[in-house]
Write a protein that binds this ligand. Structure first.
Ligand SMILES: [Zn+2]
Ligand SMILES: [Zn+2]
Length: 292
């Protein structure tokens, strides 16, 4: 358990303050966070949410659809965090996702529960992703415009698998060998489960619809926090370029809140955000259908 510096205050009568300050004791040491059972769980949840936010803001809304442009000061930490926690290569993710929009729920969609079955996508989403990005010509056709700077060419793309090993070392350092390995395992299945499984699976099978788009996309939940706003998947398919996924007054898109916060401090430029007004159905003349 982390020990804190000790400040011992003597009685007022003695007239001095002996300070016992162990400099080394305020630093993190091996297994520093392994003391309380709930700390690893909080760590997984917070780290996981940060990963989800990096996926939706950087990979999805900025790189794939160009609805928002992120300043390097915002984008670089996101890219490094994704490198540490997911091993995703930006060009591959972008290509796979653009193809998903081009063929949503038809033959050619890399991960459609309508085509493959919900169980398949939920359990094997990551497998379908890998299969898609390996197809010849895929990256050239759908992956245009992703970063090609020094960081990308020398580290993030060629050494994409090093990041997760680095994360394993960090987890073991923080939580010890056993708990550290478990925390790392949870981080490694995070994106295959939540993004490849839940968004691509549930988001095209279960939930409500604001827009009668051609595909089967659904909003999983009107309050979209956990997955960074990606829960509003039907709204997103109705207008993919929009950096804002919220479409109706009762919906909350936390990713959009983060984007506005970044814009406030000059780290994001919004290229396009559709203004739905107070009610998507009324303003867009599209059927509001609360399909199950
Ligand atoms: Zn989709
Ligand atoms: Zn998209």
């Amino acid at each position: 358990m982390a020990r804190s510096a000790v400040l011992m205050v003597s009685g007022a009568s003695s007239g001095y303050l002996p300070v016992d300050f162990h400099r080394d004791s305020v630093m993190l040491h091996f297994g520093a966070l392994s003391g309380r059972w709930w700390v690893p769980l909080v760590f997984i949840a917070v780290a996981g949410h940060i990963t989800n936010v990096c996926v939706t803001l950087f990979l999805h809304r900025a790189q794939t659809h160009r609805g928002v442009r992120l300043h390097a000061i915002a984008a670089t930490p996101m890219r490094l965090w994704l490198w540490l926690t997911t091993a995703i290569v930006t060009k591959e993710w972008v290509a796979c996702h653009r193809k998903h929009h081009a063929f949503a729920d038809r033959e050619g969609d890399p991960h459609s529960p309508v085509v493959e079955g919900l169980r398949e996508i939920l359990l094997k989403g990551a497998f379908y992703y890998r299969k898609a990005v390996r197809q010849p010509g895929m990256l050239e056709k759908y992956g245009k415009g992703t970063p090609n700077d020094w960081l990308e060419r020398h580290l993030l793309t060629p050494l994409n698998w090093i990041g997760v090993l680095f994360m394993l070392a960090i987890d073991i350092w923080l939580f010890g060998f056993f708990v550290g390995a478990l925390v790392w395992g949870a981080q490694m299945i995070w994106i295959p489960l939540w993004a490849a499984g839940v968004i691509n699976g549930i988001g095209h099978a279960l939930g409500y619809r604001n827009f009668e788009v051609k595909d089967e996309s659904r909003n999983i939940s009107p309050i979209a926090i956990w997955l960074g706003g990606e829960e509003l998947h039907n709204n997103h398919h109705a207008d993919p370029k929009s950096a804002k996924f919220k479409a109706r007054w009762f919906e909350l898109d936390i990713g959009w809140i983060y984007i506005r916060a970044l814009k406030l401090v000059g780290l994001a430029k919004i290229e396009y955000a559709r203004n739905y007004g107070s009610d998507a159905g009324r303003h867009d003349g599209m059927a509001v259908n609360a399909a199950a």
